[in-house]
Design a protein around this ligand. Structure first.
Ligand code: E4P
Length: 215
């Protein structure tokens, strides 16, 4: 499973990318709205100049024609832009057009296996099932990852599964186990993945022992 970072914040992207483990970036309108004094297009230019992997940029229009227009403009910013489209009938019409034009797509707001299957059949490059938001309403978001992974494997579908709405390190481990190709993770959670009390304790003990050496 690969790691993407789920943010539009440049400092977070720079720091996470410098760790050498981040293969892509996902943004959404809520994340972009938190970024002040920078246009969406300029932020996408900054991100794509740093990260060579997939950078998801979401369309705002709700009709296929509007999504296609916006998506083509965003895709022209850099070759590694992936157009993020909401899981609706209009969204899938746009995905099908983008797919024929060679523009990569990420179908977002996936909450069921049927939605993922529809998106894959429309030609989506990625589907993003939202694990945390399903957990929030009493469903098991990780079960959805397993179901989609099984269905895609049975039918030989090449669409990649991005486990999204990741809230804690346990989600990351389980998403990997259950067959997600990618997890898109907030900066805070990426940093939490490094932590283990025994690692800290071990470093402390090694340094303390080092100081007692005789030569
Ligand atoms: C996915 O691409 C979305 O940007 C994201 O993971 C949503 O997460 P949230 O439920 O924490 O807003």
């Amino acid at each position: 499973m690969k790691f993407f970072i789920d943010t539009a914040n440049m400092e977070e992207i720079r720091e996470a990318y410098s760790l050498g483990v981040v293969a892509g970036v996902t943004t959404n309108p809520s994340l972009v709205a938190k970024e002040k004094n920078v246009s969406f297009e300029d932020r996408l230019r900054e991100i794509t100049a740093l990260v060579p992997g997939s950078v998801s940029a979401e369309v705002i229009a709700l009709d296929a024609e509007g999504m296609i227009r916006e998506g083509r403009e965003l895709a022209a910013i850099a070759p590694n832009i992936t157009i993020k489209v909401p899981m609706t009938p209009e969204g899938l019409k746009a995905v099908s057009t983008f797919s024929k034009e060679g523009i990569k797509t990420n179908v977002t707001l996936i909450f069921s296996a049927n939605q993922a299957l529809l998106a894959a059949r429309a030609g989506a490059t990625y589907v993003s099932p939202f694990v945390g938001r399903l957990d929030d309403i009493g469903f098991n978001g990780l079960d959805l990852i397993s179901t989609i992974a099984d269905i895609f494997a049975v039918h030989g579908l090449e669409t990649e599964i991005i486990a999204a709405s990741i809230r804690h390190p346990g989600h990351v481990t389980d998403a990997a186990l259950r067959g997600a190709h990618i997890a898109t993770i907030p900066y805070k959670v990426i940093m939490q993945l490094f932590n283990h009390p025994l690692t800290d304790k071990g470093i402390e003990a090694f340094l303390a022992d080092w100081k007692t050496r005789e030569n």
